[in-house]
Unconditional design. Structure first.
Length: 225
């Protein structure tokens, strides 16, 4: 009888936890939908724009890669998406979900792949963000960030003195990837009231891109996804 009673208790706890998780998810989705509507963005559940098919390293990590929800629109002339993303990594019989809130923006340039990774984020992910570090004139910047890019000229063109100074003051991200006309911001999973902060970050990143990038790596802005 004791074993049966214990089994009933465990089952009840599992149901309660599952119910609470679903309730929290519904609240999160409702809050995000309201925020999107407030700024004129479109909110959708799931990966409506097939973001995981884009050529970013983050989307090659682990398995069961999922965009849970996203909002998107144009802000200050910048076409952007903000979304919840997760992937799963297994290790033997164990595994772990990695969850992020990301931002994606489109700019009128065709850039070679470049990564800006905050060193506090590297740790066991060194292989994912591997490659030779490009060293800049600021030792403090080099200690904070790992910059990898096969085109060193592009790295120095994009990350000039003003961009370095701004990145050092806006280091909320874990990783930033630039591929072609796209910039992907990756940070810790945020509560809904923090999502628009990513939009503001992408807007400022756009504002700090040096004009030389557009002249050296020109590209007509493609249609939004």
């Amino acid at each position: 009888m004791a074993i049966i009673f214990l089994g009933v208790v465990v089952a009840g706890v599992c149901l309660a936890v599952g119910y609470f998780a679903q309730l929290q998810k519904k609240k999160r989705l409702a809050a995000l939908a309201n925020i999107a509507a407030g700024v004129g963005f479109v909110f959708t559940r799931g990966d409506a724009d097939h973001l995981v098919d884009m050529p970013f390293r983050l989307f090659n990590r682990g398995s069961r890669r999922t965009v849970e929800c996203e909002m998107g629109g144009v802000h200050n002339g910048v076409n952007m998406r903000i979304f919840d993303y997760k992937y799963y990594e297994s290790s033997g019989r164990n595994g772990q979900w990695y969850k992020f809130t990301c931002g994606l923006a489109l700019f009128p340039a065709v850039c070679p792949p470049l990564q800006i990774t905050h060193r506090r984020f590297l740790g066991s992910l060194e292989n994912l963000f591997g490659g030779h570090d490009i060293q800049f004139e600021s030792d403090d910047f080099n200690k904070r960030f790992k910059i990898t890019c096969e085109d060193q000229r592009f790295a120095f063109s994009l990350i000039d003195g003003k961009m370095m100074e701004w990145l050092s003051s806006a280091e909320t991200f874990n990783n930033v990837e630039v591929v072609g006309p796209w910039v992907l911001y990756t940070g810790a999973r945020l509560e809904p009231n923090g999502w628009l902060g990513i939009g503001a970050w992408l807007d400022q990143f756009h504002a700090h891109i040096p004009n030389v990038v557009y002249s050296q790596y020109p590209g007509a802005e493609p249609a939004g996804r």
